[in-house]
Structures are given as C-alpha cells and as structure tokens.
Design a protein around this ligand. Structure first.
Ligand code: 0GY
Length: 320
C-alpha cells in the first residue's frame, strides 16, 4: 500500500490557522484490506470527495464540520489499491461553493476524473464554462439539515436552469422521509437526476414497504439514476462482526439489490471516501468493494454498475 495513504490527525498545525477536526469525527481507514472481489478493468468510483489539504484549500466558513485532510494523492493511492480506474469527485459541504480542491483533483487527473460542483445561482457564464471545461458534469443539491442550511427552492430552480443547457445533471442528497415533500419539485427539474446513497432508506423498514416503494416509483417515473452507495451510513446491524459473519452490511443488501435488479442501466457505485461525518465506525474500503457483489450478483450487473453506466453518464462516447 502506498506511503501516501495516511490520514492526518486533523489537529491544528503549530503556528498556523488550521482548524481542529470536529470532535468525535473518525479518520478514514489508513490500511484498507485488499478486496477479494476484483473490480473489472475500467471500474469507476462515482462518489468520492477530497478534503483540502486545509493548508492549500481552506474549508468554508459556513461548514457544519471540520474534517481531517484527504488529498487527491491519497485518493489516487486508494484507487490504485482497490483497482479503480476513474472517479467522480463530489464537492464536499465543508468546502461550500469554493470548488477549488475538487477542481484541482479533476484537472490533474488526465481526464480520468469528473466533478460535481456546488454553485450559486448568480455564477457567471464564464465560470460555468470554466467548470465544464475542467470536467464538471453536474451540481449537487443537498437537503440534509445536518450538512447545509436549506437553499430556497427558487435558487435551486435557477441553478438547474443554468446548468441544463450544458448537459449536466443534478445530484440529489435527501433523507427518505423528506421525499414526499420534495418529489414534485424534483420531478419538475430540467436536467437528469442522480440520487445519492439509495435515497437513504430506513433499512429497518421492509424493502417492499411504503417508504422504499415510493422511492422506487419516483426513480421509475423520472428516469432517475441511483447510487448504490454508503451501506456503512445506512446500516443498523453494522459491518461484519469479528465472529465470522459472512457479508458486510447485510441489512442494506436487499435495498441495494432491489435497485440493481429493477434499474440495472441506471445504477452507479462509489466508495464515498473519505467517508465524511462518521462517528460510530469507519468502513474498510476493501470491504466496500467486496460488498458490490452482494448487491450486483451477476457479472453483467456488475459490469453495468461499475463500468458501462458511469461511462455513459460521465464519459459518453469514450471507451474505457
Ligand atoms: C456523503 C455524505 C455526507 C457528507 C457529505 O459533502 C458532505 O459533507 O457528502 C454525509 O455526512 O452524509 O455523501 O459523503
């Protein structure tokens, strides 16, 4: 494993103005296992972040948390270790609407990374074109109150109208319980929709229950793409116990598998490295790769999830 792969301790450097990490925050896993599932050539991590480094890319004053650093080189080292070829770097809320760290990662990737930005409705046309040329392909609308202050829907609609002509899409991050209030707004947006983390289902409810059924119908009626990501955030039973439980995050598996089976051509996978805001356990990224084959059980499903679908959305017309 590369020497690059070391989490910082996140504490303030002597003599600098760096902020200390939010108390209770867990650092990303320094020594992920080597997955037993071999990712196919060309596999895409369609949801990951970079944090800072803070000394180079300061965090936004309005952020809700202060993470440890997680640099583009550390992300690259993880991807090499896991067998990931390409990635999509999603602007993290700790950087607000300053996309510099994300853009630096995308621009130095030789075309192997794309970006999802956070922008304001008054962004200039020139800045939008700069983001597009750098490799940005979408914006993220985040509705999690613990992460961001709510944006007026008029502002979001204005952003959507600005980005639609570029062929970008909108990444939606919301709690499943908020979908009924939001879905009409989502359905009227003028760009393709991509939902983070399975729409954050309550996995203690049945997979055939009203909440997840509503989500599945929302996906169906609006041709939504779904990220089959973050079992570690959704699980109640947790990662495999040391006593030999066979698979990771078993309570999330039926939800992921259902989406992969129903919408095999519109699912995406990602690591969510460096796993912002986790305070109970930090996932082993090798285990997250192994988790893939529990939700995408055939080679065809796996290839669509990991290669064909993200290539179509983020690198259309390119061979992997
Ligand atoms: C995620 C999840 C989270 C945080 C962020 O940008 C962020 O701060 O995305 C979260 O805390 O659920 O998608 O990585």
């Amino acid at each position: 494993m590369s020497a690059l792969l070391h989490a910082s301790d996140g504490t303030a450097a002597a003599g600098s103005s760096r902020s200390p990490k939010t108390p209770g925050w867990l650092d990303w896993y320094c020594n992920p296992s080597r997955p037993t599932f071999r990712l196919p050539p060309g596999a895409v991590d369609a949801h990951c972040h970079v944090f800072g480094p803070q000394a180079q890319f300061p965090f936004a004053p309005e952020r809700k948390y202060t993470p440890c650093d997680a640099s583009k080189d550390q992300l690259r080292a993880l991807h090499d270790h896991l067998g990931v070829s390409r990635c999509v770097v999603v602007q993290a809320t700790c950087h607000g609407a300053d996309n510099s760290a994300m853009l630096d990662t995308v621009e130095s990737s030789g075309g192997m990374a794309r970006g999802i930005a956070t922008i304001r409705p008054d962004i200039t046309e020139a800045e939008l074109r700069r983001l597009d040329a750098a490799g940005v392909r979408g914006v993220r609308f985040n509705f999690l109150k613990r992460l961001v202050d709510a944006s007026p829907k008029d502002d979001l609609a204005a952003i959507a109208a600005r980005i639609a002509p570029l062929g970008w899409h909108i990444v939606l991050y919301f709690e499943s319980g908020d979908l009924p209030e939001l879905e009409d707004f989502f359905g009227a947006l003028p760009a393709p929709l991509v939902v983070d983390h399975l729409g954050r289902p309550d996995v203690t409810q049945p997979v055939d229950g009203p909440q997840f059924t509503r989500f599945l119908r929302f996906v169906e009626h609006n041709d939504v793409w779904v990220k089959v990501t973050c079992p570690e955030r959704l699980t109640v039973t947790g990662p495999p116990a040391l006593d030999g439980q066979q698979h990771a995050y078993t309570d999330v598996v039926p939800f992921g598998r259902r989406v992969v089976e129903e919408f095999p051509d519109r699912v995406l996978w990602g690591t969510d490295w460096p796993h912002p805001n986790l305070k109970d356990h930090m996932p082993d990224d090798g285990l997250l790769v192994d988790y893939v084959r529990t939700v995408a059980v055939t080679a065809e499903q796996q290839h669509k999830l990991l290669v064909d679908n993200p290539m179509r959305l983020y690198w259309p017309g390119e061979a992997c």
